[in-house]
Design a protein around this ligand. Structure first.
Ligand SMILES: C[S@@+](CC[C@H](N)C(=O)[O-])C[C@H]1O[C@@H](n2cnc3c(N)ncnc32)[C@H](O)[C@@H]1O
Length: 263
């Protein structure tokens, strides 16, 4: 079933099934899931754990039911606030945080992240650290000028968003506006870490086809600069030929940007 925002405004709240989406993160079972995980874990590790980005508060925007994006960051920030637009995603994430039976088993992914940090055996310790560090799971909407309202939070040292904006924003204008909205959550000189896909106009969650904004490097760079950021780092990769037969998404590449809020 192909979903369109014009006919079904609340497609995420209505159709996004977190337990089905999480199949992407069963390592070895989804070529595109594996490719995204390998690329994003590697670069989040090099940005946070070995790259020195650290501080008091990190806000993750559009966490979905996922935690992989926080595995390196939880070593470098005192507090993390996870967020998502849908009730079901926030509940699924809480289920893992509270160790409720039936929660997704992230341990293979956590072990992989620990391996990048040099000690695969520390995975259980890392899971506990992440559970302690994530203090809240809040509702967010990147289309709002204040994406977390009515919550009132201190300005963050870092805002992270992984595989979210190209799914949440279906026009270039909405994408640019979302970056301006995320900027309001950051302290001056704070960092935005943005991971995502280039060139994708859909991804599947089971039999539901979610539309995406096919981002290009030039568009993201221009939008970041226009929103008051300085780009400090950009990592990209082209989609591997081996994953092209996987029809779950048609992205052409992956990226991670690190950008600093100017003032
Ligand atoms: C492809 S998923 C990515 C989830 C997670 N960050 C990850 O990497 O697995 C896209 C996410 O964007 C969220 N989303 C959709 N519309 C949104 C909005 N207006 N504001 C914030 N998040 C939104 C969805 O609920 C979903 O969790």
């Amino acid at each position: 079933m192909a979903l369109q925002e014009s006919t079904t405004p609340d497609i995420y709240q209505t159709y996004f099934e977190p337990t089905v989406y999480l199949n992407y993160f069963k390592m070895g079972q989804s070529p595109v899931g594996d490719e995204c995980l390998n690329f994003l874990l590697k670069h989040y590790h090099s940005i946070f754990k070995s790259g020195g980005l650290k501080g008091k508060l990190l806000i993750d925007i559009g966490s979905g039911p996922s935690i992989y994006q926080l595995l390196s960051a939880c070593e470098c920030f005192e507090e993390i606030i996870a967020t998502d637009y849908t009730d079901k995603n926030r509940l699924e994430l809480e289920k893992w945080l509270k160790k409720i039976p039936g929660a997704f088993d992230w341990s293979p992914v956590v072990k992989h992240a620990c391996e990048l940090e040099g000690d695969r055996d520390k995975w259980a310790e890392k899971e506990e650290r992440l559970r302690r560090t994530v203090r809240q799971v809040l509702k967010c909407d990147v289309h709002k000028e204040q994406p977390l309202e009515p919550a009132v939070l201190p300005l963050a040292d870092c805002v992270l968003s992984s595989l979210c904006l190209e799914a949440a924003c279906l026009t270039e204008e909405a994408f640019r506006a979302a970056l301006r909205h995320l900027r309001t959550l950051l302290r001056p000189r704070g960092h935005l870490v943005l991971g995502g896909t280039f060139g994708s106009n859909f991804f599947m969650v089971g039999d539901k086809k979610f539309p995406c904004l096919p981002l290009k490097e030039k568009l993201v760079c221009e939008a970041l600069l226009a929103s008051g950021f300085t780009i400090e780092k950009l990592e990209t990769t082209t989609r591997m030929a081996e994953t092209l037969s996987d029809k779950d998404s048609n992205y052409t590449g992956l990226f991670v940007f690190v950008a600093q809020r100017n003032d």
